[in-house]
Design a protein around this ligand. Structure first.
Ligand code: M6R
Length: 612
């Protein structure tokens, strides 16, 4: 949800910022802009469209500068056009800002500023910040830092704001509340960014800025102050990220790369935790809170989107293995209905980015009401892991494609380990069930690799169906959330309307849609529901529906019954979602590519949704 880059030091700022914006483009890509400080004057270039359009606009212009800020936008307030693109300038043109987040009370501030004579060019909440800082600085005759501090007391919302001021040419000032900001520490230079990907090739040393902190960033100095204006010692961390992990590495799209990485990423998520031979399963973060899990009266899973689907799978896993009642909630709904949290409730927050605003505010609410919060996140050091009492990282590596793929399977890998471990410690899983599950889990990376070999076969199926306008995805039990995820992937990357349903629900309504022009994707692998799902398939076929079925290898009954099959290896029922989702990811990917769409950056979406 908007990417921010800043640079101050001895290098040329423009190439650093431009490259950084390209790396952050997954966060928003409807417009981009840059402000450079050149001999005391601000040069601002902004353009609707992708960062490449900005690059084209700037080509041939003078860009020499050692300090600058840049932004790639996902529009909230105001259309995605050149004017609403960031950076925004103050009325006197001396101050440029970039902003990620939403200023909720911008309208009243803007009204007030207009009465004072300020003139606004666009419709964004962000432009108001630049004018407001200018106004407060003038009114109070104070330094920029003090003006910013006063402004922060008056604005409501979430933000990272980076400010570049002609009158303070030797520094950038950055502030954060509820949106991410990383500062890279170089030799005589500093890099600011929404995540570490623009920084990684220059330095491994970073500081994650905390909420309510102000960072005064000079080439040789980083001063961090808290909201009480006290200087803080920056906590410098070493980045654990490789450059190759944020590049396409020969693949056509990040989504494709990330789908194909899954055997390795699932393995990474098991590494150091699972030793099936010795019957060992160790999740560091869980150990300390094991009693809370074992004694939990209820677990509430909070997440959004694909992570919510992972949460639904976890509901089946945890209820089955650990016999704890589980509720899976859309974080955005949970937060605003005065949720009931009882003593002994455990909250499980699932998030790839660890920055999703809906999930973040929901867990803050739950924490305030006394719940234990356990975070399952991918991005190390992000906000959700930081506010959780404990947690486990999914180790999927940076996920850049906006449609989540490897993060989902890595989440499932962590969640099933939690369910198995708690079930075993609680005594609701017998030792033999425990050992069987560990052995089956160990084999999952190989089984996923087997499915990936079907890529060309799935591409052929995609070719057959790319022209259809609607799809239905159906599954039962553990495969119901897989159906939801398959439908979400297809609509995200191909813009085809797709619905996911529990297969049994079909006869309660959606069956009215079934006709020859509606492909129905069934996830029909062998499990406790198999015979029932075969009947559901019959019901669709009896009405001339087209059926694509994900089945287990050797299932000749279904092969004969349906139009197209994708056969996948069999595994334990609870682990089947890890294998069964892969063909659905590939189907969506190929249909998107065949339709000539940018599957990495679907329209209107952004990777990290840091606004509510
Ligand atoms: O970073 P998070 O896991 O918290 O993100 C939640 C959703 O925004 C995310 O899963 C979204 O639904 C993906 N684009 C789905 O592919």
């Amino acid at each position: 949800m908007c990417g921010i880059v800043g640079y101050i030091g001895n290098r040329q700022a423009y190439p650093v910022i431009l490259k950084g914006l390209k790396r952050l483009e997954y966060r928003g890509y409807d417009s981009a802009g840059i402000a450079l400080l050149q001999e005391g004057q601000l040069a601002v270039h902004k353009k609707q469209g992708k960062v490449a359009d900005l690059e084209e606009l700037v080509a041939g212009k003078r860009v020499q500068a050692n300090i600058g800020i840049g932004h790639t936008r996902w529009a909230t307030h105001g259309a995605p056009n050149d004017i609403n693109a960031h950076p925004h300038l103050s009325g006197d043109g001396k101050l440029a800002i970039v902003h990620n987040g939403i200023i909720e009370n911008y309208a009243s501030i803007k009204k007030d500023l207009i009465q004072k004579g300020h003139r606004f060019l666009g419709d964004t909440d962000s432009e108001v910040i630049a004018h407001f800082i200018e106004e407060i600085k003038r009114q109070n005759q104070c330094a920029l830092e003090e003006a910013i501090r006063l402004v922060l007391k008056r604005i409501v919302g979430a933000y990272v704001i980076v400010i570049l001021d002609c009158d303070n040419p030797g520094e950038l000032i950055a502030v954060r509340k509820g949106s991410p900001l990383v500062i890279g520490i170089g030799k005589g230079e500093h890099f600011l960014a929404s995540d570490a990907s623009p920084i990684i090739e220059y330095t491994q040393e970073v500081v994650y800025v905390n909420d309510y902190e102000i960072a005064i960033v000079r080439p040789d100095e980083l001063v961090l102050k808290n909201s009480s204006n006290e200087v803080q010692t920056p906590y410098i961390q070493k980045l654990d990220m490789e450059l190759a992990s944020i590049e396409k590495d020969g693949y056509d799209y990040f989504m494709q790369k990330e789908i194909f990485e899954q055997p390795q990423r699932i393995f990474d998520s098991l590494r150091g935790r699972l030793n099936a031979q010795k019957g060992r399963l160790t999740l560091g973060g869980l150990h300390q809170y094991m009693d809370a899990f074992i004694q939990a009266n209820r677990m509430v899973i909070l997440a959004c989107g694909t992570s919510w689907h992972a949460g639904l799978v976890a509901e089946y896993m945890i209820e089955k293995m650990a016999r704890i009642p589980v509720e899976v909630e859309y974080a955005s709904e949970f937060r605003y209905r005065d949720p009931i949290i009882n003593k002994g409730d455990v909250i499980l927050a699932i998030s790839q980015s660890g920055e999703t605003a809906d999930t973040l505010v929901a867990i803050e609410e739950a924490k305030e009401k006394g719940a234990v919060v356990f975070g399952v996140c991918n991005v190390v050091g992000a906000s959700i892991p930081r506010v959780s009492h404990a947690g486990a990282y999914t180790h999927a590596g940076p996920e850049i494609g906006v449609a989540s793929t490897k993060a989902f399977t890595a989440q499932l890998t962590v969640l099933v380990q939690i369910a198995i471990k708690v079930g075993y410690e609680k005594g609701t899983l017998s030792p033999s069930q425990y050992f069987n599950l560990l052995h089956a889990l160990e084999q999952i990376p190989d089984k996923v690799a087997e499915v990936l070999k079907k890529d060309q076969e799935i591409k052929e199926i995609a070719r057959k169906y790319e022209g259809y306008k609607d799809f239905l995805f159906l599954g039962r039990g553990y495969n119901f959330p897989v159906a939801l995820e398959g439908a979400l992937k297809l609509k995200e990357v191909s813009y085809i309307h797709a619905e996911g349903y529990p297969a049994a629900e079909m006869k309660h309504g959606p069956i009215a849609l079934v006709e020859e022009s509606l492909p129905v994707v069934f996830i029909a692998t062998r499990d406790a529901h198999y015979s029932k799902i075969v009947s559901n398939i019959q019901e669709v076929k009896a009405r001339n529906g087209k059926v694509i079925a994900v089945v287990n290898e050797g299932d000749d009954t279904l092969r004969e019954l349906v139009d197209d099959v994708i056969a996948v290896p069999e595994t334990e029922e609870a682990l089947a979602p890890l294998v069964n989702v892969i063909p659905l990811q590939l189907l969506a990917y190929h249909i998107g590519v065949l339709k000539n769409l940018d599957v990495d950056k679907p329209r209107n979406l952004a990777k990290s949704v840091t606004v509510e």
